[in-house]
Each structure stands twice: as C-alpha cells, then as structure tokens.
Design a protein around this ligand. Sequence first.
Ligand code: NDP
Length: 248
Amino acid sequence: MFTSLSGRTAIVTGGSRGIGKGIAKRFGAAGLNVLVVSRSLDEASAVAAEVGPHAAGFAADVTNEAACAAMAAAAIDRFGSIDVLAANAGIFPAARLGEMTGADFDHVISTNLKSSFLTVSACLPAMKAQGQGRIVLTSSITGPITGYPGWSHYGASKAGQLGFMRTAAIELAPWNITVNAVMPGNIMTEGLDGLGADYLAKMTASIPMKRLGSVDDIANAALYFASDEAGYVTGQQLVIDGGQVLPE
Ligand code: NDP
C-alpha cells in the first residue's frame, strides 16, 4: 500500500494498551522497528513480544522530562534512529467543575498535553540530524470539536495538542519533520470500557455508523501520517469517528 518503512524506527507512547497497542502492531506489521512505551516495563515488553522481533518495551512516564530523554536514547541505542514518534499516551479521568481540583487539572494537562512537548523535544535532535521525521499526536474529538461532562481538563488538553501541533509543524518543516494529529471518536479500548456500559450504549447510539471504532481504525491513519506518501502533509488533523461529529 505504501512505500516500505522497513528498517525505520518508531516510538509509540501509551503502547501497552488500547490505541497505542494497535498503532505499535500496525507499525510493526509495516516493517518498522518499534519501541513500545508505557509506565510498566512488563506490559510494554509483552506488547513488544506480540509486535515481533524488531520491537522492544521501555518504561517511561511521559510527564517526566528525564524519562522522555531516556526513552529517545533507548530507541537510538536499540535501533539506531527515531523516524516516527506516535505521542499517544493519555488519560481520561472524569471530574465535573466544582469537584475538580487544581491537581486533577494539572495531572491531565501534564499527561495529555505537556507530554506531547516533552516527547517531541526528546526526539527532535535525532530527527533533525537525519533531516526527516514523522510525528503523530493522538488528540480527540472531545475538546477540539465537542464537550462532555467531567472532561473540561481533558478537552483543554486535547484542543491544546492541536495548537501545539500547528506551530511545531511550521517550526520543524525545514527539517522535513511533519507533525499531524489523529482525532479519534469513541474507540473500543480498555480505557473506554472503564467508562461503563451506559456510556458505551449512549455513544454507540449517537454514531451514524452505529458502532464504536476499533484501534485499527486509528492505527491505519497513524500509519498514513508516518508514511513517505504523507510527506507533504503537515499541521493537519484527521477525525476518525464513524461520523459522530456530523450534524444530523
Ligand atoms: P488506555 O487507557 O487503553 O491506554 C492508555 C495508555 O497510555 C496505556 O498504555 C498507559 O500505560 C499509557 N499511559 C498513561 N499514562 C502514562 C504516562 N504518564 N506515561 C506513559 N504512559 C502512560 O487508553 P486509550 O488507548 O483509550 O487512549 C489512548 C489515547 O487515545 C489517549 O491519548 C486518549 O486520550 C486518546 N483517545 C482515546 C479515545 C477512545 O475512545 N479510546 C478517544 C479519543 C482519544 P501505563 O498506564 O502502563 O503507563
């Protein structure tokens, strides 16, 4: 489908479960070496074993600057380059205004938004030296397009990622580094499942395609943004939601 990505290297944060696991497996199937990253080395390594021999697990908390630098160093040590960064790690705890504390807000912004800055910054020296790179952020429809009770911090973080993306795309274009974002709707993952049966039924009913998305729906788009064929696409976002945000 695309020019071979064999031998190139991707870092996938939040790769131990859900969408990140789907991206890691899709990237591996496309021939990329994959560093699967989560806070749990055991879980990241288990996914790496599923991805195949050209994959490894690494433990890093994406809110921690030194851990992000160690993550980038590990990819170079193990595979020799960083060609693709899928900055996907994220959390979606719910707390309504009036109940949400400043610490709750900071934690979500740090995990979902500041992590984009920290992981991109850590990978930049290698990408600049190579004169090419692909960065794919996992944003959301919630925040940039829609809202949902309990997710004011989450929505702010996901809209913030798109603001970060646009300036990063301009700044990094001279090095042939592209920065794009996928915007998933409701994708069936462990994280989404944790929101409960009522939430899942309500969301499914509101989706014109009448099904939740699969992790492959997102992974295929991430692979497109990582491909040579997307080399002239930067600063863009792609909604993948079964039509959920379309007005009836
Ligand atoms: P899951 O909860 O299933 O997986 C989250 C992943 O992120 C895990 O691998 C987790 O590993 C990792 N993670 C969480 N916090 C950190 C951290 N501080 N440092 C490193 N890794 C971390 O989530 P999903 O797969 O559902 O979501 C993935 C991304 O997609 C998120 O950014 C989310 O906002 C976004 N998204 C998801 C949607 C959905 O419907 N599922 C919809 C729209 C966007 P560990 O806990 O071991 O660190």
